[in-house]
Structures are given as structure tokens and as C-alpha cells.
Design a protein around this ligand. Structure first.
Ligand code: 13P
Length: 279
């Protein structure tokens, strides 16, 4: 069933678990996610970024309609979430189009501007009953644009309370040593900082850059207030690997066969992430 992310986050808070938030942007990847969620009886966040939609030329409305159409076949609780929106307009269009939550990513902006725009989105979201995520600090790495690799900086725990209170956001993405994309060494998470942010912020926390974080660290992060974990790169790679292997095994494989192999490989990887989030 389609839910707001807020409802799913408060359920996760009660049970001390986290929600896997997976970027999907085509039919096979959406089915991989829904099949994984259904076979594990676990709620999920179905997310996409403006970059992914632009790449395909799909509107927010079309995406939300596609998700709702397929979600209707499953007994799965899920939210439709816009990942890494960098403008207020993108957030507004997504909510108008049927997304039940949005992330306004003002992490590249000066603090005051990030705060002002995050508050603007949270205010607009009231009309739609949508959930709002914002970021304080900056998670480093590639957020989907090839070649881009931004320098990050850690979330200042001293600003967490005032940022959440002044903006009225529902959940906060933190920078605690996590980074987007593939790494040569595992990211080192600052758990002490996380615990302080969690106490100060008073809202569920979001961990971006789930790829490459060791299972033990994921569990520790969940026990210190992380309630949503974003996974993209590893899961994306699993689809591509499955697709390529199918073609290597049978060079005359049809698109539907290679895509199915990708979908199955992706589903297995998502199921591993669900296990991590369950603790
Ligand atoms: P990874 O690509 O590191 O899994 O990060 C995904 C993410 O944070 C999307 O917002």
C-alpha cells in the first residue's frame, strides 16, 4: 500500500529497524524492488532522483503513476520518494505528481539558504501531506552525475536541533563519514557524532551512501538513530552485471531474457540490504 514516508519511519522507530531506500527508474528495477519487499514482507522506500528522470525523459507524474500501478499488485507498504532534489520547484512538481515524500538537498548551499529553502519545502508539503527530508552537512561523492565528486563536510551536531526546529522537516540526512558510490576502503562512520545528532535532532535520521558500508556498521548506525538507508551503486551494478553475464552466456539472448537476469540479480542484492535493515 502507498504510504507516506513519515508513517513508515515512525513504524521503523517503534521497531528499531531501518527502511531501505532504493533508486529504481525502470520497470525491471521497480519489479526487483517490489518482489524483494514482498518476499521478505518488509516496507521499502521507492526512490528516484531528478537526474534519473531527466535521463529518461519521464515526468514526476508518469513515474508516480507507474509505481502506483505496479505497487497495486503487491501486499507491500511503500513510499514514493524524490531523492536529491536541488530546487524547491522539483519538490513541488513531485508532490503534485503523486510522490509521498521528497528530499530537498541544500547541502551545497550556505547554511542559511539551506535552512530557508528546506523550510519552504516543508511548508509546501503540508498541503500534500508529504514527508520532507533535508540534509545538514554534506555527504561526499558522486550523486548520479558521472565524473562529479563533491567534497563533503560532517554534520555539526550543534546545529541539528535548530535546523530541524526552524525548518519543520520530518527526517534529517546526516554526514558522518558516509560517502556516495564505490570506495577503495570502507567509509569510517563517526558513531559518537551520530548519537549526539540523534539526541539533538529528535527526528529519524537518514544515511546516504549505503554502498560499501560494512554490515556491522550498518547495524550500529541503526541502533544510533538511522531509520532510512539509501542504497544505489551496488544495487545498480548488480543489475548491469546480471544483464552482461546473460549476454556472455548466450550472445543471442533477447532483451527480455538479459533484462530478466539483471532484475533477478538486483532482487537478490536488494534482499541482502533488507536483511541489513532488519538488524
Ligand atoms: P550509494 O550509491 O553509495 O549506495 O548511495 C546512494 C544514495 O545515497 C542515494 O541517495
Amino acid at each position: 500500500m502507498l504510504e507516506t514516508m513519515k508513517t513508515l519511519l515512525s513504524e521503523a522507530e517503534k521497531t528499531g529497524k531501518a527502511l531501505p531506500a532504493i533508486n529504481v527508474s525502470n520497470m525491471e528495477s521497480l519489479l526487483a524492488l517490489l518482489d524483494a519487499a514482498a518476499s521478505n514482507d518488509y516496507p521499502v522506500i521507492i526512490q528516484v532522483s531528478p537526474i534519473e528522470l531527466d535521463h529518461k525523459g519521464i515526468s514526476f507524474f508518469e513515474y508516480a503513476e507507474m509505481v502506483k500501478l505496479f505497487l497495486g499488485r503487491y501486499q507491500v507498504d511503500a513510499a514514493i520518494h524524490l531523492d536529491h532534489a536541488t530546487t524547491v520547484e522539483q519538490c513541488l512538481m513531485a508532490m503534485q505528481g503523486g510522490f509521498t515524500s521528497v528530499m530537498f538537498d541544500g547541502s551545497s548551499l550556505p547554511f542559511e539558504e539551506n535552512l530557508r529553502k528546506s523550510a519552504e519545502v516543508a511548508n509546501l508539503a503540508k498541503k500534500w501531506g508529504a514527508t520532507v527530508e533535508a540534509e545538514l552537512g554534506k555527504v561526499s561523492g558522486n550523486e548520479g552525475e558521472k565524473g562529479s565528486s563533491d567534497k563533503g563536510f560532517m554534520t555539526d551536531p550543534g546545529l541539528a536541533r535548530s535546523f530541524v526546529t526552524a525548518t519543520g522537516i520530518d527526517c534529517l540526512a546526516v554526514a558522518i563519514g558516509n560517502a556516495h558510490g564505490l570506495h577503495t576502503t570502507s567509509p569510517k562512520l563517526d558513531f559518537e557524532r551520530l548519537l549526539t545528532i540523534s539526541k539533538e535532532a529528535g527526528v529519524p535520521l537518514v544515511l546516504h551512501g549505503g554502498t560499501g558500508i560494512p554490515a556491522e556498521d550498518i547495524r550500529k548506525a541503526i541502533s544510533r538513530g538511522i531509520r532510512k538507508i539509501n542504497f544505489f551503486t551496488e544495487i545498480d551494478r548488480s543489475f548491469v552485471a546480471g544483464f552482461i553475464e546473460a549476454l556472455q552466456e548466450n550472445p543471442s539472448a533477447y532483451l527480455m531474457e538479459a533484462a530478466k537476469a539483471g532484475q533477478e540479480r538486483m532482487q537478490e542484492e536488494i534482499e541482502r540490504k533488507i536483511e541489513l535493515c532488519r538488524r
